[in-house]
Write a protein that binds this ligand. Structure first.
Ligand code: GLN
Length: 570
């Protein structure tokens, strides 16, 4: 009775308060609701072996959540000690991806951008080197005065700050953080510990997805779950219980296997997700949707499902990818061709542009070291287009120059990117202007004809890491040029990564002889694009258009190049 009266009083006073202040409350409600909105965190760890495709699974999940109406981003934490992958040889780490803000990052960020069609930044890729550098700088500044600086809490706090800062600065609903490496590695321990702490501190706002392998033993004719059981145990020993398991497998996971995996890992059966090998990475979002990965994730995070994902554009792309009307042959001439990851963004941009032209592009990976005047016609003669890749140093340069000469003289569509454009300039100087000793100062600093010279601001730099001309710069295009036609714009913004440039001293001479500077930086007049208007399609760009090609926005220059190659075939 007493309780009833108290409650009655409470209700009465509340309704009085509501009646008196209802307008104020109506105004405040959305503000309070907005302020109390918390970001959700999804951590993706990997087990059993590397190369399971955490990046693609993360990007696919992000795609599904984005298609439901959530603001999502993906972050990669790399456990190596380099500050960034900018100083790494592509043989070590594949392509170095560059963001608009000039960060040299892991190639997974390229997948994130291609899937989500939204840009990433420095905050989307953090390495152990950067974490330690920040902590050590704070220590030198005196921020921890009097304290012993330790892995826990200082390094783990720095990791947690870098994860949460990404959400706070950009107002994302969901941040997916991919932890590089494999659980059990010594170097990824602080990251897993940071995940454990965040799971504890933020409770329902965090979940962990563990990507693992279910190998097929052909001798036994069976899929085996033991490596997954061990991998989850390794994670549990570090205090982290995964919420969802994504199981990479060559064969379907039947109910019995799912039950077995669930039983041994404390994961509910609907959260044991089959991640079967796919014929293209662009199938993975649909495979994950069929497994209801997005639904399980939203349930576990207590988020509403909003609308069913609208993947119409994505499905149209896949449909065209799988049903091309024609096929063309493109040569990709580079020195790292044994390792396809070294040219990841270029090969993906070619796929996007092929789809946009209803064509399947067969890429021929040509090792530039082996190209000579004697064999160039037999190697490249059947190609519908020739792309000369970016790069550094002297190895393979002579072969790249042969590829340019062949494309130029045989009227084969040519696309030169960064070093590829520089090779086109050198080849033109040597074989058209007659400067047989012309070169880039990168390879021959003493050349009498430095048609590619070191950029002024680079000359006094002593450090190699992070000091190139990096990130987005504007480029003004010449009307009536091929590049203008491709973009259909006066001015564009593209990403850069270089130390050397077209030597402006030679512009007039080149233009008189038929190679025109059709794109320049509007402030410095630095030549960013060269073309030969009398050739069917000969375009060299100092920047890297490949970084900006996405599934729903194929890059116009790649689209133009493939279109020219198709015309060449006809
Ligand atoms: N090595 C050349 C330079 O630094 C080209 C760089 C590149 O291809 N990314 O200018």
């Amino acid at each position: 009775m007493k309780r009833f009266i108290t409650r009655g009083k409470h209700v009465n006073s509340f309704s009085f308060f509501f009646r008196e202040n209802r307008f104020l409350l109506l105004i405040l409600y959305p503000v309070v609701a907005f302020m109390s909105k918390s970001t959700k965190y999804i951590f993706v760890t990997g087990g059993v072996t590397s190369s399971l495709g955490k990046g693609i699974v993360s990007a696919s999940l992000a795609k599904l959540l984005q298609a439901r109406g959530y603001a999502v981003t993906i972050q990669k934490l790399d456990p190596y000690i380099n500050i960034d992958p900018g100083t790494l040889n592509p043989y070590e780490h594949g392509e170095c991806f560059v963001t608009d803000d000039g960060a040299e990052t892991d190639l997974d960020l390229g997948h994130y951008e291609r899937f989500l069609n939204s840009p990433t930044s420095q905050a989307n890729n953090i390495t152990t080197g950067r974490i330690y550098k920040n902590v050590i700088e704070k220590e030198r500044r005196g921020d921890f005065l009097g304290k012993t600086v330790q892995v826990i809490p200082h390094i783990t706090d720095e990791i947690k700050d870098r994860i949460q800062e990404l959400a706070e600065k950009n107002d994302f609903d969901i941040v997916i953080t991919e932890i590089g490496g494999t659980v059990g590695d010594i170097e990824s321990l602080p990251y897993v510990e940071a995940v454990r702490q965040m799971m504890w501190e933020l409770e329902d706002d965090c979940i962990v997805i563990h990507l693992t392998l279910i190998p097929y033993l052909s001798a036994a004719g069976e899929l085996k779950t033991k490596p997954t059981q061990h991998s989850v145990k390794a994670l549990l020993e570090l205090g982290v219980q995964p919420d969802i398991l994504c199981c990479r497998t060559e064969h379907p996971l039947d109910l019995g296997l799912r039950k077995k995996i669930a039983r041994f890992t404390n994961v509910s059966i609907n959260a044991v997700i089959e991640a079967k090998d796919a014929s293209t990475i662009y199938d993975v979002p649909l495979l994950m949707q069929a497994e209801e990965l997005d639904v399980v994730v939203l349930d576990k995070l207590g988020l509403s499902k909003k609308q069913t994902p609208d993947l119409t554009e994505w499905k149209d792309f896949l449909d065209k990818l799988k049903n091309p009307k024609t096929t063309i042959d493109i040569a990709l001439v580079g020195k790292y061709v044994e390792l396809k990851d070294a040219y990841k963004s270029i090969s993906e941009a070619i796929i996007h542009a092929g789809v946009s032209n209803d064509a399947k592009v067969k890429v021929h990976w040509i090792q530039s070291d082996n190209l000579t005047e004697a064999n160039v016609a037999s190697v490249l003669g059947e190609m519908n287009g020739i792309l000369v890749a970016p790069g550094f140093g002297s190895r393979g340069i002579a072969g790249k120059m042969e590829a340019v000469r062949f494309a130029r003289t045989q009227n084969i569509p040519f696309f030169g990117i960064c070093l590829g454009m520089q090779c086109a300039v050198i080849e033109f100087a040597r074989n058209v202007l007659g400067y047989s000793d012309a070169h880039t100062m990168e390879i021959d600093p003493e050349t009498p004809y430095p048609v590619i010279s070191m950029m002024e601001e680079q000359k006094h730099l002593k450090l190699l890491g992070g000091t190139m001309r990096l990130g987005a710069y504007a480029c003004k295009l010449k009307p009536n040029s091929k590049i203008y036609k491709a973009y259909n714009a006066d001015q564009v913004s593209e990403r850069h990564r270089h130390r050397f440039e077209f030597n402006g001293k030679y512009t007039e001479e080149f233009e008189k002889a038929g190679m025109i500077a059709t794109g320049k930086n509007p402030e410095t007049s630095l030549v960013e694009v060269v073309e030969i208007p009398t050739h069917p399609w000969f375009v060299g760009v100092q920047f890297h258009p490949e970084y900006k090609s996405t599934v729903v926005n194929p890059h116009p220059l790649f689209v133009g190049f493939i279109e020219a190659a198709l015309n060449n075939k006809k």
